[in-house]
Design a protein around this ligand. Structure first.
Ligand SMILES: Cc1cc2nc3c(=O)[nH]c(=O)nc-3n(C[C@H](O)[C@H](O)[C@H](O)COP(=O)(O)O)c2cc1C
Length: 465
């Protein structure tokens, strides 16, 4: 069977996500709906009807306040603000679906591994193994100040913390409980065999955790690990831990560059590079006719918020674009390292399809980016998706929907059936957990070549690091 496209719906438990200013569209329901259980129940049923593999919840722990050194541009347009805790939305969606999975973004910089291990085990139990973790190190200065830090921890050190964070969670998920610890022996009055539950005694540079894990082993034990950082240090982290990675870049060449780099690095960790799935971004405007789609594009472009778009770029990259607005607009828009995130800064510099001037970079943010968005009738959209899928060699996409839920409804009604007819998209879900659906290991657990599986051998004893 031809390789089929894996699809995640890119989401956030927030008023607005990436569709800057489009809350003004009459069909936009998210800016009010995101607070209601019914909204998420409807979304879950819609996505499962469309056979989406997962809903991918992004998350941030602060307000974007780099642009103009102010929170106002973000708050004014609801830029990923207000934002609720998606981990509490997932069980609601899981209760009305059987196969749809859930990727939850959690920061390793502002959480504690003992707590997060329990959160994901609980979600893995409740969803019967349909949970993934998008590991981020975060990039907003306001998030640092929300957690008592005067400024962000340095970018690469955030990944050093993330490495140890994952080590602790692996020890808890993979090494603390033996499979047959829960015995419910009514005869002898033993519910759980204490000899089969082990402390972990982690003593590291950033964390000290005695254990044992507070949760019984869940269907996957370790959730499917996603990662989306594209900096050098981010790719190194992905190569060691990620089962699924998001790579930026509007061109197949840049996507292939990141893909090959991460897979080459993965081999160094003894991993089979084919065990890493690669995803790219996808934004689509589909109409019944080409004209209708172009009309929709023009309508959305008219409602676009340049300020919110520049606020998101500034916060994610650390470039205060208000400073660039007063520079020579013909000067080149250069990449520079900051302590924020790399992937956004790269999108208009290293990853851009051509070298941009400052004016061109600002202009790309000040309107809907026609170059990266697929606009057309159903066949044209399916053609463009098929081309990107085959050209870039990715395994799937994160679908960014501009108007929620109508963009999703259009996509499911008009595009999915064509992809299915072409054999590019499933007509039925595979049975089992998310890891069983995504990979062919024949097991819900981490594969033997993943570093997390090394901690299984410790189930037979309490171990001191
Ligand atoms: C598809 C995609 C989704 C992302 N979602 C988030 C997110 O929800 N929260 C976040 O803090 N960073 C998110 N990021 C950015 C990075 O994953 C993250 O901030 C990372 O810690 C820094 O990445 P870097 O290695 O590129 O500097 C996302 C990136 C991509 C490409």
């Amino acid at each position: 069977m031809a390789k089929q496209i894996i699809l995640n719906a890119f989401e956030m438990a927030s008023a607005m996500h990436n569709s800057h200013g489009l809350w003004k569209h009459p069909e936009s329901k998210r800016q009010r709906g995101y607070k209601d259980i019914e909204y998420w129940i409807k979304m879950a049923k819609l996505l499962e009807r469309g056979k989406f593999d997962a809903v991918f919840f992004a998350d941030v722990l602060g307000v974007y306040d780099t642009y103009r050194q102010s929170k106002a541009p973000s708050i004014r347009d609801g830029l990923q603000f207000p934002v609720n805790d998606a981990s509490l939305v997932i069980p609601v969606m899981a209760s009305v679906t059987k196969h749809l999975s859930f990727a939850l973004t959690v920061s390793t910089t502002y959480e504690h591994p003992f707590n997060i291990a329990r959160r994901f085990s609980t979600l893995d139990h409740l969803t019967k193994g349909r949970i993934a973790w998008n590991v981020v190190t975060s990039y907003l200065p306001n998030a640092a100040r929300n957690f008592g830090l005067p400024e962000m921890i340095k970018h690469d050190q955030r990944y050093d913390i993330a490495d140890e964070f994952l080590e602790v969670t692996y020890k808890l998920w993979e090494g603390s409980w033996e499979d047959d610890a829960f015995i419910e022996d009514k005869q002898n009055g033993i519910l759980i065999d204490p000899d089969k539950v082990h402390e972990i005694h982690h003593a590291g540079k950033f964390f000290a955790v005695e254990g044992p894990h507070l949760c019984e082993p869940s269907p996957q034990r370790t959730p499917v690990i996603y990662q989306a950082g594209t900096s050098e240090r981010g790719r190194e982290f992905a190569a060691k831990h990620a089962e699924c990675v998001f790579v930026g870049g509007p061109t197949p060449e840049r996507i292939k560059y990141y893909t090959n780099d991460i897979k080459r690095r993965a081999e160094k960790y003894g991993r089979n590079p084919d065990n890493i799935k690669v995803f790219a971004f996808l934004t689509v405007i589909v109409g019944k006719t080409t004209e209708e789609a172009e009309q929709k594009f023009a309508e959305l472009n008219h409602l676009w918020s340049p300020d919110a778009s520049k606020a998101q770029f500034s916060g994610a990259s650390g470039y205060d674009l208000a400073e660039y607005e007063t520079k020579d607009l013909n000067a080149p828009f250069e990449f520079k390292n900051t302590e924020h995130g790399h992937y956004k800064a790269a999108s208009l510099t290293k990853d851009a399809s051509k070298k941009l001037s400052i004016g061109e970079a600002l202009n790309k943010l000040e309107q809907l980016d026609r170059e990266s968005i697929i606009v057309g009738n159903p066949e044209e959209v399916a053609d463009a998706i098929q081309h990107r899928f085959e050209e870039s060699g990715v395994d799937g996409f994160n679908l960014n929907h501009l108007i929620t839920p109508s963009s999703l409804e259009d996509f499911i009604e008009l595009v999915i059936p064509i992809l299915q007819k072409r054999g590019l998209y499933k007509t039925e879900y595979k049975p089992g957990t998310l890891r069983e659906k995504l990979f062919n290991y024949g097991s819900s657990l981490l594969p033997e070549d993943h570093p997390g599986s090394a901690y299984r051998s410790n189930r037979s004893k309490s171990f001191i690091v």
